[in-house]
Write a protein that binds this ligand. Structure first.
Ligand code: NAD
Length: 487
């Protein structure tokens, strides 16, 4: 489907007019910034650069809306959040097309993200945090409950712009918070349209979106009117967010970077495991916090798995996500493209062996070939850092304790996967990995009721499940002395 420029039934034009939404109304700004299609390198739109005064307005409106929204019966809030999912579903086609245009991901990835976001709205809407009565006697009652934290500032990255916004919007609204969303400056279009599209379903100020640059993120993290920051992005930025938020002791959820190991046991069938390993590493063109970023293959099957991966990778079509046969798109933005290129240069400089790929073309578009690096040293930049692009080190192992030590020898602890037919061994190894999610003989399985978060420098707190929902609340204990003559 192509983007149409006429308005839809909800009056939203997906092809143009990208605006912030402040206090339920569309807002433009004195300056704008351009947004590019990463497959062509061409400008596709421009979006407002929200001023500090406009952020103040959005936060004031969110504060104003908070008391009414928090007092709305939970069942009513849940029904409205579910209705947001219905609204997104009605426009799924437009969002998939727009997502491919601004983010670069092919149709299958756009479908996964948009339909996943619909499911998230629907499923998070079924979650609740009931009060707990700890004691209820003739003399006393003690109750613990969760009260909404207030105004949330959501800061979103560019790799899954819709899904990672919805992972914040849905639980914040269910919990009774109001929320101001800041998309990544590289992928603001879907998020701005998403929030605009929801306005007639919600009271003004409950859900706002402000587009802008990193400065806007900084202003949000110090803003006295924002009670909590829900942030997804790099570990480096996460540390800045935490430091800035300290001044006002904001609540924080930080979903940060990863350097996920995949450990392959000697009993695998190389031909069977290769496609699964390939997609574990290269899904979303490896611009994935949970991409397998280091693949440790047992020495007995190392050559066979490497060769099967090379053969499989040669069958995968890289190109413009808008073309139906494309399986992997471009790097999403130019700074990231330059960063990924540094990993290629570093490999070449240190004489690492490319099993596949290694040469970046001249464009147009920020394309990088699928690249496999054959057993580089454990301390090479490619193994230690998060490239966030399609260049993957394959590493040999022989001793179980040693491979577990190497897998854990990183400041990151986001995810991991273990692959093998001996299920006892697979689970034994998996349970010793220090990461928020460990997948065994599968990967990238997420669910709204499955807690998600990082250990170590991969994050603080969690998203999804009732644990993620609880992060939008404060605990409150209420005790009552019932004795009539107590006071
Ligand atoms: P980034 O940290 O550069 O930016 C993320 C967001 O923070 C953007 O909206 C950006 O404008 C904003 N920002 C930048 N500087 C800021 C500051 N000083 N204060 C406040 N906000 C600021 O990350 P990115 O490049 O957009 O995303 C890629 C990174 O995100 C990777 O490291 C990836 O692993 C991580 N990520 C983590 C998860 C997870 O759930 N753990 C999911 C997706 C991506």
């Amino acid at each position: 489907m192509t983007l149409h420029s006429e308005s839809t039934a909800t009056g939203i034009d997906f092809a143009t007019d990208y605006v912030s939404t402040i206090d339920g109304k569309a807002a433009t700004s004195p300056t704008t910034v351009e947004v590019y299609n990463p497959a062509t390198g061409k400008v596709i739109a421009s979006v407002p650069v929200t001023t500090r005064a406009q952020l103040d307005e959005a936060v004031a409106a969110a504060r104003q809306a908070f008391h009414g929204w928090a007092a709305t019966p939970p069942a009513e809030r849940e029904a409205l959040v579910s209705a947001l999912g219905d609204r997104l579903a009605e426009h799924a086609e437009e969002f998939m097309t727009l997502l491919t245009r601004e983010q670069g991901k092919p149709r299958a990835g756009a479908e996964w993200e948009v339909l996943g976001s619909v499911a998230w709205f629907h499923e998070i809407a079924k979650q609740s945090l009931p009060e707990e009565t700890l004691l209820d006697t003739a003399e006393r009652r003690v109750v613990t409950r969760c009260t909404p934290v207030g105004v949330v500032g959501a800061i979103v990255p560019w790799n899954f712009p819709i899904l990672l916004a919805v992972w914040k919007i849905a639980p914040a609204l269910v919990a009774g918070c109001t929320i101001v969303v800041k998309p990544s400056p590289f992928t603001p279009l879907c998020d701005l349209k998403l929030v605009e599209l929801m306005q007639d379903l919600l009271p003004p100020g409950v859900l706002s979106a402000v587009s802008g640059d990193d400065d806007l993120g900084r202003w949000m993290t110090t803003h006295p009117g924002i009670d909590k920051i829900a942030f997804t992005g790099s570990s480096e930025t996460g540390k800045h967010v935490m430091a800035s938020a300290a001044g006002t002791l904001k609540r924080l959820t930080l979903e940060l970077g990863g350097n996920d190991p995949a450990i392959v046991l000697p009993d695998v069938d190389p031909e069977k495991v290769a496609p699964a390993l390939f997609w574990a590493a290269f899904q979303n063109n490896a611009q994935f916090c949970n991409a397998a970023k280091r693949v440790y293959v047992h020495e007995d099957v190392y050559d066979a798995v490497r060769d099967a991966l090379v053969d499989y990778a040669r069958t995968v079509k890289v190109g413009d996500g808008a073309e139906p046969e494309t399986q992997l798109g471009p790097i999403q933005n130019e700074p990231q493209f330059r960063k990924v290129r540094e990993f290629f240069d570093d490999c070449r400089k240190h004489g690492h062996v490319f099993a596949l790929g290694g040469e970046i073309g001249d464009g147009p578009g920020w394309f990088v070939p699928v690249t496999l690096v054959d057993n580089p040293p454990e301390d090479s930049r490619l193994v230690v850092e998060e490239p966030f692009g399609p260049i993957l080190p394959l590493l040999k192992w022989s001793d179980e304790d040693d491979v577990i030590r190497r897998a854990n020898d990183t400041p990151y602890g986001l995810g991991a996967s273990v692959w093998g037919r001996d299920l006892d061994a697979v689970e034994r190894i998996g349970r010793r990995i220090d990461a928020g999610t460990v997948w065994l003989n599968e990967v990238h399985q997420y669910a709204p009721d499955q807690v998600f978060g990082g250990h170590k420098e991969s994050g603080i707190g969690a998203e999804n499940s009732v644990h993620g929902l609880a992060e939008y609340t404060n605990w409150q204990t209420i005790t009552l002395n019932k004795a009539p003559d107590a006071v």
